[in-house]
Design a binder for this molecule. Sequence first.
Ligand code: COS
Length: 385
Amino acid sequence: MDYFLTEEQIMIRDLSRQIAREKIAPVAAKYDASGEFPWDIMKILADNDFFRTFIDQEYGGLGMGSMGLVLATEELSRACGGIALGFAGTALGAMPILISGSPEQKQKYLPDIADGKMLAGFGLTEPNAGSDAGGLQTTAVKDGNSYVLNGVKHFITNGGVAKLYTIIAITDPSKGPRGASAFVVEEGTPGFTYGKKEDKMGIRASATSELVFEDCRIPSENLLGREGMGFIVAMKTLDRSRPGVAAQALGIAQGAFDHAVRYARERVQFGKPIAAFQATQFKLADMATRIEASRSLIYATARMQDAGVKDISKESAMSKLYASETAMYVTTEAVQIFGGYGYMKEYPVEKYMRDAKITQIYEGTSEIQRDVIGKALIRDAAKGV
Ligand code: COS
């Protein structure tokens, strides 16, 4: 397929592909086994201006928009979905500032993120508020020129390695989701500590940790947008970041597929390579078709966003739903093509299968994506669209 990418987009795609192949693939298994954070790769990404891609030019970025983010995330994830997340999770953490930060707030934080001096994280999820993002319990109480935060955020990507977090907390408990507000909290703020570091099934090179707020006082100028806008900021953030997760899923699927085709051509059974059997070819055909369908949907959604289309909730949810289900399907089939070897850690495909699973869960489960799509369809029908 030719997606008619611009020269700049081809450049970021090819550079990402090269870094993935030369720098990430050789260390993917090591970081998967150790669960350590890949600081050396983050430095390579920073040195190659990756953190500039999703930031506007006036704040030190390259302004490559959603397409830039999607292309880079896809290619990096092809080698390792976990390592790619240090990058993509920073884009997610920066998103509330990009969406609702004032010019002063953008000037304060975005250039350092663009320079790769600090990673970012997004704090929405709590132990009792996962899919039900409206049920947050973390509070931010106004006190003079400050807000005082109390509560726990958990399963936070880049938790413990990021220096800056965008946090959604309740400022008016009487108003439900309309009582939430968005804030920036910097590492080292008194009253802000890291809790449990998670030991995960997949994406093990990605850091996931709890953020604990105990009478954590932050200046009122850390409020993003207006009080009460936090839930909307969170939903808009997810609308824009879900194509990124979809791209991560796409990269994982493509990576597993690459290994499966290579293996099918080499593995000889019954006197010929298993790629010569129709049973294998049909599997590869279905895998490749779903991968390409995911790519088409994701790129189309990213282009809608970059063209300034305001409401991309439905398309964004469709991209994430379809690509993550595809990643699970393709990686499982890749393990099947490898047979017994596929089940062994000595071979690369079982890791892809473990890494794929999270894409059906985080930034909204597949069930939540269907909920978002379904509601949008009904809304469109009511409007006669
Ligand atoms: N953009 C702008 N506004 C939005 C929006 C969007 N994408 N989605 C919802 N809103 C607005 C609604 O219009 C509504 O506004 P009003 O109060 O003016 O009517 C408000 O937000 C509440 O919306 P809704 O009633 O749909 O909220 P629900 O509590 O039913 O929750 C879902 C909606 C389930 C979609 C939301 O909670 C969600 O996305 N959950 C998943 C969270 C998630 O992805 N977590 C993963 C971790 S984050 S890394």
